[in-house]
Design a protein around this ligand. Sequence first.
Ligand code: PEP
Ligand code: MG
Length: 766
Amino acid sequence: MMDTILNLGLNNRTLQGIIDKTKNPRFAWDSYRRFINMFGNVVLGISHEHFEHEMEKLKKSRGVTLDTQLTSRDLALLTQSYKSVVKKQTGKNFPDDPREQLKLAVDAVFHSWNNNRAIAYRRIHNITGLLGTAVNVQAMVFGNMGETSGTGVLFTRNPGNGKRELFGEFLLNAQGEDVVAGIRTPSKIESLEKQMPKVYKELFAITKLLEKHNKDMQDIEFTVEEGRLFILQTRNGKRTGHAAIKIAVDLVKEKLITKKEAILKVDPNLLNQLLHPSIDPKAQLKAVAKGLPASPGASSGRIVFTAEKAVEWTDNGERVILVRKETSPEDIQGMYASVGILTAMGGMTSHAAVVARGMGKCCVAGCSDISVDAKKETLTIGSTVLKKGDTITLNGTTGEVFIGTLPMVDPEFSPEFRTFMKWVDEVRAMKVRTNADTPKDAAKARSFGAEGIGLCRTEHMFFEKSRIPKIREMILAKNDDEKRRALAKLLPLQENDFFEIFKVMSGYPVTIRLLDPPLHEFLPQNEEQMKALSKQMNVPLSELKKTAEYLHEINPMLGHRGCRLAVTTPALYEMQVHAIIRAAIRAHGVKIKVIPEIEVPLVTTARELRVIRKSIEKVLDEYKGKIKFPVKIGTMIELPRACVTADEIAHEADFFSFGTNDLTQCTFGYSRDDAGKFLPAYMDQGILERDPTESIDKNGVGELMKMCVAKGRSTKPLLEIGICGEHGGEPDSVKFCHEIGLNYVSCSPYRVPIARLAAAQAALKN
Ligand code: PEP
Ligand code: MG
C-alpha cells in the first residue's frame, strides 16, 4: 500500500555509463522511461494517465501492442516525451542530480505512509498504534535486460486453496510493477521450467528452504537478470480461510510446525470465509464468461464500476460487485465494501487477486471474455451489454461469471477443517455458546460447534405476526386479570418455542432471558398503523393513543425495560417462567436432557433481583416434584452499578452473563443506536483506537468486568460467568474474557468457530 521507486539515479550521464557497461541501450532507455514515470507519479504527483497517454500514442504510431516491441530509439523518444510531461505538469525540469532524486524519493516514500490507501488498509485490518515506517534504499537487479531476464511473484503453496504446489507468475523482460499492476497478463510459473530450467530448479530449492526457515507459506518476489536468479523479498503470504486451515494442518503433517503453532498461526477472523455459502451444484444456469479463479467463494450482487459507487451503494444496503478493467491499490475501500470483484485484466498475483484473497472476497480476475467501459458504465459479454445495477453472480472457485442470481447452499467442511477444530477444542478452556432465538439458528450453531445457548432473546418470539396482537392485548389490558388472560394466550406458544430449542440443545445449557425491551416497541409507530390496529382490536383510537403516549419514553434504552417491567407487571415474567418450565418438563419426559437457565435482564441492585427471583421461585414451586433437572436463576450484568455491587448481586444469582452491548453503552454514555454518527470521527482522529461496540474497551468496560468477576466470586467462588454481548465473537474480546476467567463466551451462530479458535489461542498464549 506504500510506494516504491525503481531505477533511481538515472540521468543523461549515468545512462551513458550503463549503455557502455551493458552494451544494451534498449535496456538503459527502458529503465530511464520507467524511472521518470514512477518518480513523476510518486514524487511529483503527476497522474499516471499522462505518461500512459504518451506510451499509447507511440505504440499506435509504431503499430505495436506491447511495450517490449518498442525499440531502443522509440524508448529514447518516449523518455523525451515523459520529460516534457514533467515540465508541462510541474513547470520544472526533471531533476538530474541523483542525490536530489534520492532525497525527494525518500521523502515521498515516507509520506506514502499516510496516503489514502495505506490509511484505509490499516483501518480495514485494525492496524493501530504504529509510530511510522522505514524506507529501504537498495541496489537494483534488472528484469528488463532482454529475453534472458524477467521478474515474477511466487507463493510456495496455493494461497486460494492451500494446495502444496508452486503458485505464481512471471514476465520475461519486465520489471516487478508490470506483474502486480495487472498491465500485462503474465505467464504461469510452470512455464519458467521450460524457458529457464536452471533458474527454475534453483528457485524451487529456495522456496523449500525459505518455507522451512520461516515455518510458513511464503510470498516471494524474484528477478532474473541475464540468467541469474535474485530473490528480492520473502514474507508470509496472504491467504484465504480455506488455504489457512489446509496449510496449517499440512505443515503439522510435514513436521514443520507443532499443533500449537498451527493453532496460533490462523487468524480467527479467516474462519468466517469457511462458513460462506457456495453455488448450489444443482443450479442449471450456464456461465457466460470465464476468468481466473483468483479468490474462492461465490457471491451475487449488483454491478458498479467505481470504488466510490461500491462504497456508496453498500452504505445504502446494497450487495455490490465491483467490476474493473484492472484494480489498483486506490480501489481498496471499494473492494472492501463489495461482495465480489471481477476484473478483465491481471493474473493470479495481480493486485486485485492478492487483495481479494487477503479480504476473503470472491474474485474472478483476468476475465478476457468481458470488456469493461468504466466511463459508460457498461460490462459487455459477447453480445450482451450489462449496465450499472444489473445483477451477476461470481464463482471465485472456478472463475465463472453468471448473469442473475444463483441459488446457494451451505458450505461443506473439509477434513482439514475438522481436524483443525478438533485440535482447537483440545486446548481451549472456555466454552463457546451461541445467541439464538429459534430452533433453526440453534441447530445451525450446533453444527458450528456451539455448546449451548448463552442468550435466547425471548422478545423476538413476540414480534412474529400471529403473536404480536396477543402481546398488544396484554399491553392494552385495563387490569391485572385482563393482562393475565392475554398472557395466557401466549403461554402455549412460548412453551412450544422453548420445547423445540431444548430439543436441539439436548445435553447443553440453554439460557433464556425474560422480556427485555420497552413495551412501546410492540405498538405501531404512526397514525395509519394506529388506525388499522384500533379497527382490528376494536379499541377506540383515542385509547390506543393514550396508551402509546403513556408508554412513550424520552430515552427508552434507560427507561422502562428489562427487569423494571417485572417490577411493575410481575405477570409478564411469571407467564414466561411457566412456559420455560413446562417445556422443560415435557422435554425431559421424552428423554431430552434439559439444562434451563432463567435469566433476568438489566439488573442494577441486589434487591431488585431478590424480588424477581422470589416470584420466579414461586412459579417453580408449583411444579415441585416434576422438576427432575437442574434449574438456575441468574442475571445479565449490563450496567456499571451491577458490576460495582456484584458481591451483593451474587447472593441472588446462580450465574452472571455480561451484556456488554448495554454495559458499553452505559459505561461510555454512548447510545448504541446513535453512536454510529460520531464514532467514525473518534476513530479517524485517533481519540479511540477501536470501536468499543465491536471490541471490548479493556481500560474502562474491561475493568468493570474484572471487578465484577472478582466481587461476584468473592461471594460465590464457583459462580458461573459468561458473556453474551456482541463482543463474545470478536477475537480480541474473547482473549480478554479468557484472561479474566470467564467460563464461556456466547455469540451469533456464524461466529462460533471464530470464538472457538480465539479461545484456544487465548489459552495457549496464557
Ligand atoms: C447486551 O446488552 O449486551 C445484550 C446481550 O443484550 P441486548 O443486546 O439484547 O440488549
Ligand atoms: Mg442488553
